[in-house]
Design a protein around this ligand. Structure first.
Ligand SMILES: Nc1nc2c(ncn2[C@@H]2O[C@H](COP(=O)(O)OP(=O)(O)OP(=O)(O)O)[C@@H](O)[C@H]2O)c(=O)[nH]1
Ligand SMILES: [Mg+2]
Ligand SMILES: [Zn+2]
Length: 296
């Protein structure tokens, strides 16, 4: 049976690309992988059964190299985390949370700071310095004056990249600015709420003329710590993981353990205090999530 890749999923249909053809498929039955159900995701390689030259059934989902639940996508190489500087205003809390998920998934992240045309330079520089210090590539951009657009484009070549971020930050606008051949729908930000209007409704992988794919995704603003352990959380903070081998205890969670290198670095001002506060807050949220979802 032929194989292809799911490039779009909309209300129970999976759009499977095979060469130049797209097959609108339904899933046949349930998929099992190591006794767990798997739902097909955009980005999945699948075996499908064609029933005409445009329709078929997804029969089998292939092994994944990576998977994200939010946005739901498999087999991407990197995440372009789009965070606007204004409208909606920049949230380091949400950024730190996104980074937990991409680190856990083993996906590289590039931080894009959008709407730089509306922000003060000092504010932009401070965010760039902070996250570059942790080890991320940070690119301020604007689709109004085109700054940063070439730099982002250079990062996308021959790779599969997913654009993720809140509604209204300008993910679709940026993809349009990067590739003039693509014209995705964009929407304005509600003046009253300061939020986007959820213009993009589904995840879609778009092939790039020069090689590679980009996925536009719907915006979202909350993330739960599904499938993440306390140690995963600690390890997903790159800045902590880099020095945790100097903690006295293996598996140190950097909370109240003695001789903790992360807390010492915090006192020395070498670990960012806001990052550490977010870490503690996430640990609380994670524990709360686990309490609520305990299987008795
Ligand atoms: N000032 C300014 N506005 C921008 C920029 N990029 C996008 N916008 C505006 O931001 C609004 C939201 O843009 P979208 O591209 O629809 O945002 P999105 O992230 O795709 O939103 P969802 O699809 O809802 O998740 C639109 O009004 C854009 O014109 C920018 O660089 N500068
Ligand atoms: Mg959009
Ligand atoms: Zn520690």
């Amino acid at each position: 049976m032929p194989e292809g890749r799911i490039v779009k999923a909309v209300s129970g249909f999976y759009y499977v690309a095979d060469g130049d053809r797209i097959y609108q498929c339904r899933a046949r039955g349930l998929f099992k992988k190591k006794d767990a159900k798997v739902n097909p995701l955009v980005g999945d390689w699948v075996v499908y059964d064609a029933i005409s030259d445009s329709e078929g059934y997804v029969m089998e989902v292939g092994e994944r190299t990576s998977e994200l639940l939010r946005p739901p996508i498999a087999n991407v190489d990197q995440a372009i985390l789009v965070f606007s500087l204004v409208e909606p205003s920049f949230s380091s809390l949400l950024l730190d949370k996104f980074l937990v998920h991409t680190e856990k998934a083993g996906i590289d992240s590039i931080i894009v700071l959008s709407k730089a045309d509306m922000a003060r330079m000092e504010e932009v520089d401070a965010i760039v310095r902070k996250y570059e210090g942790i080890g991320y590539r940070v690119i301020p951009t604007s689709t109004r004056d085109q700054r940063g657009v070439d730099d982002v484009r250079a990062e996308l070549r021959d790779r599969i990249s997913v654009f993720a971020g809140q509604s209204g930050v300008g993910k679709s606008s940026l993809i349009n600015a990067l590739f003039p051949g693509i014209s995705l729908q964009t929407g304005d930000v509600s003046q009253k709420l300061g939020r986007g209007r959820h213009t993009t409704r589904h995840v879609e992988l778009i092939p790039l003329a020069g090689g590679g794919y980009v996925a536009d995704t719907p915006g979202f603003s909350s993330l739960e710590f599904i499938g993440i352990s306390e140690l995963d959380l600690a390890e997903s903070f790159r800045d902590f993981a880099a020095i945790s081998d100097q903690c006295k205890f293996r598996g140190c969670l950097h909370l109240s353990e003695p001789a903790c290198a992360v807390r010492e670095a915090l006192e020395e001002g070498e670990v960012d205090r806001e990052r550490y506060e977010h870490y503690r807050q996430f640990m609380e949220e994670l524990r709360e999530y686990q309490r609520r979802n305990k299987s008795w």
